[in-house]
Design a binder for this molecule. Sequence first.
Ligand code: ADP
Length: 373
Amino acid sequence: MTRVRLENIVKEYDSVDQVTLTGYKNPPALHDVSLEIKDGETMSIVGPSGCGKSTMLKVVAGLEFPQKGHIFYNDFDITQIKPQDRGVGMVFQDYALYPTMKGKGNLAYYFEMHEQSKEEMEVRVKQTAKLMGVDFELLLSRLPDTLSGGEKQRVAIARCIVRDPLVFLMDEPIVNLDAKRREQTRIEIKKLLRKFTITTLYVTHDQQEAVFMGDRITVMRNGSIEQVGTFDDLYYSPANLFVATFIGTPPLNVLSVEITDGHVIMQGGRWQLPPGLANAIQSGKMRLGVRPEGWQLNAPDGIFLPISHIERIPTERAAFIHGSLLESHVIAVASLEQPEINRIAITPDWERVYFFEAEGEGVIHTPGVPDFF
Ligand code: ADP
């Protein structure tokens, strides 16, 4: 039972200028980061490359030490504890298996290092193999070189599980697999995480993977946390424009508009706001956000969308309609049954719109998480 808590973590890396050979400080890779992962929870950490995701994992693992702040397991401060004593299991994108050891040797190594009995090792390996699924035993007698990427990753995960870790740390574990294996392996990892309920930090740059894996998601940028929440929190109540556009595929459409006399005015047309929204929002310049599925098509006050192309959504009887309203690229979802799909007029579905400041990223209005159930 392990709750993991990061408290005001600052991590800076020193670098050396290769020309002058003088040392200098980079901007912090983690900038006053606080985060709590509940016992048994899988927390996805997502954000653009270089935002500090791997550094966060390394700090929790003890592979890097922060300059400021503390890390707790439950209420126990582990900030100064060595990595080998933290009870973490780490899975990396490059598998990091011992190449000269067969699958079983990779699982058994930990027991040898910790001078634990062969009997205990045999019992744990057997239990782990059973948990890993029907065909896993076959991988135990093979060298890493003879395994596919997905199989290597299964062995790497089993190597973590066999140690009975307090905390699981996964850094882009499926990024190196081809698309089909990635799909299979992510389902497998998800099943395992459900089965074990070990507290897990799962790093990925892929927001769809983050959503699939995580009970909650932490969105990072430039060494800071932008928002922590469920997918619905991030999607319907984003903390700012960055989160709003980062979460969701295709991304939120963002249009520069002006609100005047209860109307949304932009170059090219105007829409009338419903009274509730007109009262809630002050006049002035701002940015309007509409999800691709958040348009009403061919409503009476629709603005005609000049279409650049139509992209079928393979698994659905629908398409993304791409067009542009002046400067802004706009994507709308339309059913394939929609008459004249290549000639549509769009109006925001006002219950699903977002408004942001004209400059900056602050939120003026979000739809809020709908009451789905
Ligand atoms: P992410 O995992 O989100 O891609 P990282 O945590 O790897 O980001 O990196 C965060 C920042 O710290 C980046 O600017 C990166 O260049 C820098 N960084 C990471 N590791 C080191 C290191 N060992 N030395 C110097 N800078 C580093």
